[in-house]
Design a protein around this ligand. Sequence first.
Ligand code: F6P
Length: 375
Amino acid sequence: MSKRKRVGLLTGGGDCPGLNAVIRAVTKSLLQQHDVDVVGFEDGFLGLIERRTRTLSFPEVSGILTQGGTILGASNKANPFNYYRRGGADVSAQVVKYCKDLRLSAVVALGGDGTMSIAHRFQEMGLPMVGVPKTIDNDLVGTDRTFGFDSAVTIATEAIDRIHTTAQSHHRIMIVETMGRYAGWIALYAGVASGSDVILIPEIPYSVDAIAEACNQRARAGQQFTIIAVAEGAKPEGGEQTVEQTVEDSPDPVRLGGVGHVLANELRDLVSSEVRTTVLGHMQRGGTPTPFDRTLSTAFGAYAAAMVSAEETGRMVALQGGRLTSVPLDEVANKTRTIPLDHPMLATAQAVNTSFGTSDFALEFSGTEPTGRMC
Ligand code: F6P
């Protein structure tokens, strides 16, 4: 048996553009720069529990930089501390023993807040872990950007651009629902990039009357159409988020979705134009990553490899103020980075007359200039 050091690699939670680019960068960098072998686990933590591995060498990771999805497969159900296929049993000790049997010096986990939480618990049990921040939602604390976000914003922006021309032709109010869970990053950035007239995000609860007024004001000014970008987590003032379904056995079982249709039904009585809704859904997670995400993923992957090699574990790779760095996993685990109300992109949107579907926001927000850190 080879005496070279070995490191495990898995992609936790749902898929996201850029996963393969990170897998490629971690693997190439560890093999070439650090003389370390790489073992990939299939289907995230499920492969770790069920002992399904794949050796990652140059041929396996060659040509995958531009591919969407993950060559290792994904599962958003397997939590080793609460394993659904064994009635919620804690199988973490077996997992740690398995990694020791495989002679792994560390495991690199690509994932969101749930993955970072599991990674933190394994680190505490003595299994060295390094996290890489993945999610289209851009909602991980400790990093200015997650990989996948730029691709999702690009896809959503292109979709809204296309909706724009048909809205204009038919003089309609068009609602476009983006993903993003409990944070409005995708809706805000795609909304600004596409020049949406109304942007609705979970951080600023909306009033249907204020949205109708924004549409009617545009109509009075001669603009017979309105584009509304709504985050799936947006909710009415004093109301709740719209839940599409609950996924049994998932560590985070709530799936948001459908607010675009709810809003359309309520808006119809208050406006004179036709109202239609498009839900973008998983389209935002599929396909090739943007050049920004390819470079960010490659940089994150190479940095993670260097961290593993330097035995700098228990930490997640991060981008802060344009620099690569790392933050402790326990500062990231189970937390959500929502949009702060003094974020310059909100001020930017407001400066170009975008409505947030509320009359209160201007008051809370007054005095903030569209300056400062943008992401
Ligand atoms: O976290 C990424 C994300 O795409 C969210 O934006 C969305 O709410 C959720 O995952 C959807 O999960 P699933 O793929 O299980 O439907």
